[in-house]
Design a protein around this ligand. Structure first.
Ligand SMILES: [Zn+2]
Length: 256
């Protein structure tokens, strides 16, 4: 049986790193950990895998990590960097001859239908392959891959973002406010993966100082910052972080 783990498929903010159009100081891009695809995560369970968000680099992320099947997909919210890879699920639909089960909040299902209308209609000529999404409301307790996830929401500017806890692991992508009800679920963690987008304040994300404060208050044994911009030089920053705080990077694997 596979040991359950979380795989950071992407640790980058919405632009990714390196960012189109920018030049970087000598050496910055020599560190593979300074190459950040858009934020996404896979949970490898005893009986199946859950994909959390579909970044524009989904195909590259999943093939890099040798992930060939997903029992279901969880969409945290419908900003472009979290849904624009959903078309890549097409090849899995063709292989399995089944729609992909996609869990999200009810208010995000219309966005997915609008972005991918062809995934929901049957009028395709013979031989044309399309993705198929079986949209479902995400339940408070999600059983998938032999894992049990406690689902809750946090705030990201004005929109809710789906977050979850599984065993001693919790994942909070895009967030700038954790409601008290969610904070109660984030006690006693081994590992918290949480947004810390950049050094300067941001209206919709925790910036570095806020993220450090929240991480220290929640007190997970280890907190990994994710959804990272090019503000962070991985090796230099990681060496100066407070105890128990680290930077996530693409390909990081965490037991859950
Ligand atoms: Zn977002």
């Amino acid at each position: 049986m596979t040991r359950p783990e979380a795989v950071i498929l992407g640790s980058g903010t919405s632009n990714g790193v390196p960012m189109l159009g920018y030049e970087y100081p000598p050496g910055y891009l020599d560190d593979p950990k300074n190459h950040r695809t858009r934020s996404s995560l896979a949970l490898i369970g005893p009986t199946g895998n859950l994909l959390v968000d579909c970044s524009p680099e989904l195909r590259l992320q999943a093939t890099r990590e040798n992930l060939t099947r997903f029992e279901a997909v969880l969409i945290t919210h419908t900003h472009a960097d979290h849904v624009m890879g959903m078309d890549d699920l097409r090849s899995l639909c063709v292989l399995t001859r089944r729609p992909v089960t996609v869990y999200t909040l009810p208010q995000y299902q219309g966005d997915i239908r609008r972005i991918y209308p062809y995934a929901f209609v049957d009028l395709h000529p013979e031989g044309i392959e399309v993705p198929r999404f079986d949209l479902r409301d995400v339940p408070e307790t999600l059983e998938v891959g032999g894992l049990t996830l406690r689902i809750f929401t946090v705030m990201h500017g004005t929109v809710p973002v789906v977050a979850f806890r599984v065993n001693g692991f919790a994942y909070l992508t895009d967030v700038n406010l954790i409601p008290p009800s969610a904070e109660a679920l984030l006690q006693g963690l081994d590992v918290l993966v949480m947004d810390a987008v950049r050094y300067r304040p941001h209206p919709n994300h925790f910036h570095f100082d806020q993220a450090v404060e929240v991480a220290q208050r929640l007190g997970a044994k280890t907190t990994y910052f994710t959804h990272l911009s090019h503000d962070y030089d991985h090796t230099k920053t990681d060496a100066t972080l407070p105890p128990g705080i680290r930077l996530a990077y693409d390909g990081l694997r965490i037991p859950v």
